[in-house]
Design a protein. Structure first.
Length: 321
């Protein structure tokens, strides 16, 4: 299964986050391939139905929404990993302190797609030259000489038209899964492009999967908020809202890592309450509990509970200061 442009959150530069949350994100990225995937059966089923629709000739836009640490990236990785023979191009948005680079996550995905499929640059040159010019390393020496090494200014409408045509042509051969993460940090033009591609009448076999934090979108009055509501009102998108783990799901997670504690109701309840069921916190704290248990096989579960309480309190104090 070719997975294109799949990079971990650890590798992204220029993202300002609270230190403890950044450390937990690094842990989750390093541990995600080994950790079991708990719950989310209905959410995964909805994603698979959308992919079936894209394979059948529809353009499917799916939002994955949830607060930090809820498991949006893990959900995307689990879904992509469950597909066979899929072309998946991924792009990430980064937090800016001013005007962001237009179309950054889309250009990242296009660059990855070009590295995977050598025919993509030729198709861009034929039907979407304005997009190709935004990726100068894919241009010939003659093309770079003509424009003096700089990308010319191109109208927004032209960029939209070209991308629509490119997606129609490219997905004639096979459907495309396009993933955009952290859309709450996106530039305005990327949101406009998503809106245009979703609304246009074409033959695109595309599933556009985009993740974001609802609170950030609402509080900052991000352009995504308006587009999201308008598309939902018109039945042109679907939204998968990820909730925190229930106590049962926390118990299942604990059982995969330390079966001896899975039936300890007091431990499960304490872990759930003090992490608010956030998968990122649950995974991080269980990693520490497992490590302590490995260092001292005779340590009783009650002491592991104290470790959870101490660690969790420290995380919450850091996050809320």
């Amino acid at each position: 299964m070719p997975a294109i442009g799949a990079s971990s959150k650890r590798s992204r530069a220029g993202i300002a986050v609270v230190n403890s949350l950044a450390n937990l994100a690094a842990f989750a990225a390093s541990d995600s391939r080994q950790a079991p995937f708990i719950g989310r059966e209905e959410e995964l089923s909805r994603l698979h139905r959308a992919w079936d629709g894209a394979c059948g000739g529809r353009c499917e836009l799916i939002w994955i929404a949830g607060e930090p640490g809820i498991g949006k990236t893990r959900m995307v990785e689990q879904f992509v990993g469950s597909l066979s023979d899929v072309v998946c191009a991924r792009g990430h948005c980064v937090e800016h302190y001013g005007t962001g680079e237009p179309y950054l996550p889309v250009l990242e995905a296009l660059a990855a797609l070009c590295r995977f499929d050598s025919s993509v640059s030729g198709l861009l040159r034929a039907v979407a030259p304005s997009w190709l010019l935004q990726l100068p390393w894919l241009s010939s020496a003659e093309e770079r000489d003509v424009r003096g090494g700089e990308a010319p200014r191109v109208g927004v409408d032209q960029m939209l038209l070209e991308m629509g045509e490119f997606l129609d042509r490219y997905t004639q051969a096979r459907p495309l899964l396009l993933v955009t993460e952290d859309l709450h940090w996106s530039d305005r033009l990327t949101i406009q492009l998503i809106d245009y591609i979703t609304r246009r009448r074409g033959s695109t076999r595309l599933m556009w999967l985009a993740s974001f934090r609802p609170a950030d979108v609402i509080v900052l009055d991000h352009p995504l908020n308006r587009v999201r509501h308008e598309l939902r009102l018109n039945g042109m998108c679907k939204e998968v809202l990820l909730d925190a783990f229930s106590e049962i799901e926390v118990a299942n997670y604990v059982g995969e890592h330390l079966p001896s504690l899975a039936s300890d109701e007091g431990f499960i309840r304490a872990l759930h309450e003090r992490t608010d069921g956030l998968p990122l916190f649950v995974a991080s704290l269980m990693s520490e509990v497992v490590a302590r248990a490995a260092r001292n096989a005779d340590e009783p579960p009650q002491l592991a509970d104290v470790a959870v309480q101490t660690k969790c309190n420290r995380h919450h104090r850091t996050l809320h200061c």
